[in-house]
Ligand binder design. Structure first.
Ligand code: FES
Length: 71
């Protein structure tokens, strides 16, 4: 799958907290679903990336470890 095909456009609302997955194991990518906690029990130390926009925003996100089954 090409990089641009994996890119997702998200509309974020001002002052709402968004939690993005950094481990790649969420079933709800790009958002964190706390799947990283199981990885952390195995010695990893993943934490989600928290974003609180100051204003409404539209962003494009992409991660190289999003595979076709989760995107
Ligand atoms: S599920 Fe991946 S960081 Fe939370």
């Amino acid at each position: 799958m090409k990089e641009e095909e994996k890119t997702k456009t998200l509309k974020l609302k001002a002052r709402e907290k968004y939690s993005f997955c950094t481990c790649g194991k969420s079933k709800n990518l790009p958002y964190c679903d706390d799947s990283h906690r199981k990885l952390n029990e195995q010695g990893h130390s993943y934490k989600s990336l928290k974003i609180i926009p100051k204003s409404d925003a539209e962003i494009a996100v992409y991660c190289s470890n999003w595979d076709s089954e989760s995107s």
